[in-house]
Write a protein that binds this ligand. Structure first.
Ligand SMILES: O=C(O)COP(=O)(O)O
Ligand SMILES: [Mg+2]
Length: 223
């Protein structure tokens, strides 16, 4: 079998965003390294790995943060200042990040910023482009991210440190922020609930959605 790089939201979860407990044992028993690759801020996937009971191997913030606990690697890239400039212009125009007064989505973010998908995307994209940044729509948030950063860049960093070529990874995900990993992977699966970009970039599209799709992909990888 192969090393895994696996997305969280939309892939390890149910449709309501909660973790599907059926993914826990398969991740714990997977015989090759498992890397959790997410747009979320670093503390979330660290907690996930610890509570699931797998080694803490993480690509977070869409590749802006890479953390391999056993290999003493914690690396940040991206451009937080430029992301902040985008958000300041966006809020100066009267828009909001959309997380309310306590913003735990961005509180521990080091390299980018995320806006609630219930906020206006078009003005955010216009400002981001003008500032030389890009916006990932993950279906869960709009991420203002440096164009030099994506989960594929993160996978290269992880692969170098673990001495596993990215083309030796199997990758499973659901959204446009996973496509750069799909392009590098040996084999890639978009779950059936995935967006058009993910489905176009993936080698395979599962029949099942969300965690059922992830479990289906793992079954196919075991064959
Ligand atoms: O945080 C998000 O917006 C999505 O996170 P994901 O990359 O784990 O799907
Ligand atoms: Mg996702």
């Amino acid at each position: 079998m192969q090393a895994l790089a696996i997305d969280i939201d939309g892939t390890l979860t149910r449709a309501d965003g909660s973790l599907d407990p059926r993914v826990i044992d398969p991740l714990r028993t997977w015989p090759d390294p498992v890397v959790v690759a997410t747009g979320k801020a670093l503390p979330y996937p660290v907690g996930l790995c610890e509570f699931v009971g797998i080694p803490v191997r993480i690509i977070a913030e869409n590749g802006g943060a890479v953390y391999l606990a056993d290999d003493d690697l914690l690396e940040f890239t991206g451009d937080r200042e430029r992301a902040q400039r985008v958000i300041k212009r966006y809020t100066d125009e009267g828009h909001s990040l959309g997380w309310g007064s306590v913003d735990f989505v961005n509180r521990w973010r080091e390299t980018e910023l995320a806006v609630n998908i219930d906020q206006q995307l078009e003005p955010l994209e216009e400002i981001a482009t003008d500032e030389g940044m890009r916006v990932f729509d993950t279906g869960y948030a709009y991420h203002v991210t440096a164009p030099t950063v994506d989960k594929g860049v993160g996978l290269r960093t992880v692969g170098t440190r673990l001495d596993i070529d990215p083309s030796s990874f199997a990758v499973i995900g659901d959204s446009e922020n996973d496509a750069a990993m799909f392009d590098l992977a040996g084999v890639s699966y978009a779950v059936a609930n995935g967006d058009d970009t993910a489905k176009a970039a993936a080698d395979h599209i599962t029949e099942a959605t969300y965690a059922d799709g992830m479990l289906e992909a793992l079954e196919a990888l075991r064959e």
